[in-house]
Design a protein around this ligand. Structure first.
Ligand code: GLY
Length: 385
């Protein structure tokens, strides 16, 4: 008996942008079985396994952080972030077999968030009280495992290498971090295993892309390609490596408000990622003396052992930020190219929002129900006054 060939809903789907969002969408589309050919359009293959190093995902801290990024008034950003973080364990399970040798994709399993002075403590209490509030509707609700206040003694027991500077501290057990570079490589390898193809040229216009459907995952490039309101917000990050005799890196992610400035220390493969500054400087990727000085000063306030580390890398990236800090997810609105689905504008949260974005894009391309939390991120909101 001859078996009939698979029936595909589309001959070809193109994904424009081959960083974390584009790769995750391409992988999910290829695995859906509904597309004969998935092509990723990404000119930058400068990293290992051909991943791009010019985008925000290569620079990122890799935190899965809806709780410690929570801020009053950003209900939809928070709800979408929680929906995505709830998907991360399953996403990781499926991706881990594609990891190259070396470090695991997940680099931390929990987060502590602390405040150094009285004003920092007020900001932290405000944000955490808001995040834990019952009036915020998130998938599964917010539990103690997501977010709970800890005493200074509990903080010291959990992270003994921190300075005793915390006025207030919270612990997030459901909020870890991934190694962004291992993640990118694993996604590229997972895509290859599913037969995804790369087209390495620059895409000057979406009109030039030959495909039945086009997923626009070009981050900051989405403004020029589709006229979307996505602007670059610069962030500087330092990568430190432990040297013999150094204080051990923190056991989990440590985040802090230090004299009003947000800071994170993310344990990463025998070292620490320190981030991040935030400036609106247009297309500026240079690392500044002032940025490095502030990051090191704030990091040393929280983790005094940092001075013994090797300063291995200083790097700046551009976060693709939308006007309301929500990504832009969904089919192009009226007047746009009906082939196009947007997956862009993820701002500070591209890595955290990767699983929910991929699920939304597959649903949109295949005409199936999307995750409910994505409703607030639909492109139509940008047109309304
Ligand atoms: N996700 C943290 C940052 O953008 O700095």
């Amino acid at each position: 008996m001859s078996s009939s060939p698979p029936r595909h809903e589309y001959d070809r789907v193109a994904v424009v942008g081959g960083s974390v969002i584009g790769l995750a969408c391409a992988w999910a589309l290829a695995r859906s079985g509904a597309v004969a050919e998935v092509v990723v359009h990404e000119p930058d293959d400068s990293g290992p396994d051909g991943v791009p190093t010019g985008g925000a995902a290569w620079v990122a801290g890799g935190m899965l952080a809806p709780f410690s990024e929570a801020w009053p008034g950003e209900e939809s950003v928070f709800a979408l972030g929680v929906a995505s973080v709830r998907r991360w364990p399953g996403f990781l399970r499926e991706l881990e077999p594609h990891r190259p040798g070396g470090p695991m994709i997940r680099s931390a399993a929990h987060t502590h968030m602390l405040a150094v002075d009285e004003a920092d403590a007020r900001d932290l209490e405000l944000a955490m009280t808001w995040a834990a509030g019952n009036d915020i509707v998130v998938e599964g609700g917010v539990t103690d495992a997501d977010l709970r206040r800890v005493t200074r003694r509990e903080l010291r027991a959990a992270e003994p290498s921190l300075a005793r500077v915390a006025r207030a501290a919270y612990r997030m057990d459901s909020e870890g971090a991934v190694d962004n570079r291992v993640l990118l490589r694993a996604l590229a390898r997972a895509c290859r295993a599913e037969g995804v193809r790369w087209a390495r040229g620059v895409v000057p216009s979406l009109d030039d892309v030959e495909a039945d459907r086009v997923v626009l995952a070009a981050g900051g490039g989405s403004a020029a390609l589709a006229g979307l309101p996505v602007r670059p917000v610069k962030g500087e990050v330092l990568r430190l490596l432990a040297r013999p005799g150094c204080e051990e890196p923190p056991r989990g992610v440590v985040r802090a408000f230090v004299r009003g400035r947000p800071l994170y220390l993310v344990p990463r493969d025998g070292g620490i990622v320190v981030g991040a500054t935030q400036y609106e400087h247009g297309d500026d990727r240079q690392v500044t003396v002032g940025g490095v000085r502030d990051l090191l000063a704030d990091a040393e306030t929280v983790f005094p052992g940092i001075g013994e580390y090797e300063l291995a890398e200083m790097i700046a990236g551009l976060r693709p930020v939308s006007p309301d800090n929500l990504p832009i997810l969904g089919p192009a609105t009226e007047g746009g190219d009906p082939r196009v689905v947007y997956a862009t504008g993820h701002g500070r949260n591209g890595i955290a929002l990767t699983p929910v974005t991929a699920a939304t894009v597959v649903a949109d391309v295949l005409g199936r129900p999307a995750p409910p939390a994505a409703a607030a991120a639909r492109p139509g909101r940008l047109a309304r006054g």
